[in-house]
Design a protein around this ligand. Structure first.
Ligand code: COA
Ligand code: AMP
Length: 243
């Protein structure tokens, strides 16, 4: 199997990232798909790596979708869901404020996720500008999953993001992340989610105001297991079989 990863920059800024885990004979097709992904770029990097030892996840987190009239209501709902995973309200609120303000201490967005200690609220990622990225995860049959999501009424516009974010959130749970809070840094994309082993994958709109350029991810984690957790999120390869 191969891990194929694409990242693109425009004027020195990361604008697009995507990946595939595929059998070697599908390399050409995967590269063609990935290079079409960014709308505009002045640098695009493709990395191809052999991977051994793929872990199989039979079923992704269950998807639920909710619409609220205001960001405040949406956040309160997210806080209630996070309680079901054992995240105290105070910490969920802290995480929301962090993403609202921009979790990068230098200002703006991070390049990965915050790791927040579920006991103390302390940040555990070794580099707070970078954060931790979940990589090496894909669907066994991406085309079939796309079809199933369309059949379930997910609009075309949302599918690429949903399919990638659901894979990422599912892998996170398998690596031991207790719960996750996310909304995009894309100013046009205001649907976010919270996820966890008990609550599944809960899409929530609007998690931010239209046009807001700040977003991010907070993973609530146990501090004792953080080294193994990071190794899993960055290093272990996972293929998800079904919805
Ligand atoms: N955001 C911002 N910058 C990123 C980035 C991201 N997601 N991914 C890579 N970069 C930039 C950083 O500058 C990084 O340097 P750093 O490690 O100091 O931060 C540099 O590119 C090299 O990154 P690297 O980790 O070596 O990239 P990679 O070749 O392993 O590819 C991606 C990683 C791009 C596949 C991965 O980050 C990604 O975007 N995956 C898809 C994520 C996804 O589906 N997200 C959900 C969408 S809702
Ligand atoms: P996006 O949903 O792609 O707009 O990403 C939202 C935020 O999630 C980014 O600003 C990063 O902080 C973070 N992020 C992006 N890619 C990853 C990843 N692969 N793993 C963890 N966090 C990520």
């Amino acid at each position: 199997m191969l891990s194929i990863r694409m990242r693109a920059e425009l004027e020195g800024r990361h604008v697009s990232g995507a990946e595939r885990l595929i059998p070697a004979e599908e390399l050409d097709k995967a590269v063609k798909e990935l290079i079409r992904r960014p709308k505009a770029y002045d640098k695009l990097v493709i990395t191809v790596e052999k991977v051994k030892g793929i872990h199989v996840i039979p079923k992704a987190l269950t998807i639920y979708s909710y619409d609220f009239k205001s960001v405040e209501e949406a956040h309160s709902f997210a806080v209630e869901l996070l309680k079901k995973e054992g995240v105290p309200e105070e910490l969920s609120r802290k995480a929301i404020e962090l993403l609202k303000r921009g979790a990068n201490p230098e200002g703006g967005n991070m390049r990965g996720a915050v790791l927040m200690d579920i006991q103390t609220g302390e940040r555990l990622e070794p580099d707070q500008e970078r954060g931790i990225r979940t990589v090496r995860v894909d669907w066994k049959d991406r085309k079939a999953i796309r079809r199933l999501l369309r059949e379930r009424g997910i609009k075309k516009h949302y599918i690429d993001r949903l399919i990638d974010a659901l894979a990422l959130a599912t892998k996170n749970v398998y690596c031991g992340v207790i719960a996750e809070l996310c909304w995009s840094d894309d100013p046009d994309y205001i649907t976010g989610y919270v996820a966890g082993p008990n609550i599944g994958y809960r899409r929530i709109k609007p998690m931010k105001e239209e046009g807001a350029p700040l977003g991010g991810r907070v993973y609530f984690v146990k501090s004792e297991a953080v080294v193994e957790l990071i190794e899993c999120l960055e290093g272990k390869a996972f293929l998800i079989e079904n919805l």
